[in-house]
Design a protein around this ligand. Structure first.
Ligand code: SAM
Length: 239
């Protein structure tokens, strides 16, 4: 896949959508699976059983692309505008960001983008098998410290589940500005029987296999601050 068009979100007048003040972290319990978190708390995202695809996307079909931990949604919006042929589903645990991005999507009438309020800790069982072309997991985990590892969504179980929903040879695109998170991801991919690491790009050189020309909000932040980041690409090897 390579993109030769770029519709940037500059086409959207964001002044129409005041950005809410969002805390950097949610309650740490939202990063735990529902059965481990305190019960019946209004701030815990619903565990999705049966998604309403026809409410998510105007064509009523299920998602083609997953943007896991989509944050403020800058990448998701560019992605959807550049790829009207695919349904782009964002998954985000911070409710205010979900509401805001969905407000922009509705206000701009973008038919192929939607964000669900959901914690990845609860898996992807609601996504049909072999349905996703590729997934992005960009600058994802706010938990770089080893002692916070259990709050990271990136686990062997996650890779297994992702492999089930991805089409054969479907790609998982990763980016992080935390070297320890990149190492952790590479170790788990090595350990996994469902994915193999196909590329690691430490310099965003012009000639590389990273297919996206639009940037994420966190990537812009890292670039402004001069923080280097790593791109990694893994391929689904499940037969
Ligand atoms: C640093 S931000 C990056 C956002 C965006 N991908 C970007 O690059 O600009 C990481 C996002 O992942 C979300 N996140 C972290 N753990 C999550 C989980 N278990 N389920 C869903 N979203 C999660 C956070 O709430 C946050 O918005």
């Amino acid at each position: 896949m390579s993109l030769d068009v770029t519709v940037q979100t500059a086409e959207i007048n964001f002044k129409k959508y005041p950005v809410p003040r969002v805390r950097h972290h949610s309650n740490p319990q939202v990063y735990l699976p529902a059965h481990q978190a305190q019960k019946d708390l209004e701030w815990y995202p619903p565990v999705i059983a049966q998604p309403s695809w026809d409410e998510f996307f105007q064509n009523g079909r299920s998602a083609d692309v997953l943007d896991i931990g989509c944050g403020r949604g800058g990448f998701l919006l560019s992605h959807a505008l550049n790829h009207p042929e695919m349904n782009i589903l964002g998954v985000e645990v911070r409710n205010m960001l979900v509401d805001w991005t969905n407000k922009v999507i509705a206000g701009e009438n973008i038919p192929n983008a939607h964000v669900v309020w959901y914690s990845m800790a609860n898996g992807l069982q609601w996504i049909p098998s072999n349905s996703i072309n590729y997934a992005t997991y960009l600058f994802p985990d706010p938990w770089p410290k080893r002692r916070h590892k259990k709050r990271r969504a990136f686990t062997l179980e996650f890779l297994d589940e992702l492999s089930r929903v991805l089409k054969p040879n479907g790609k998982l695109y990763l980016a992080t500005d935390r070297p320890e998170v990149a190492s952790h991801q590479h170790e788990l991919i090595d350990e996994s029987v469902t994915f193999e690491l196909v590329d690691v790009i430490t310099e965003p050189l012009l000639e590389n296999s990273w297919p996206f020309i639009f940037k994420t909000d966190q990537q812009r932040f890292s670039e402004r601050k001069g923080i280097p980041y790593t791109y990694s690409i893994a391929s689904n090897v499940r037969q």
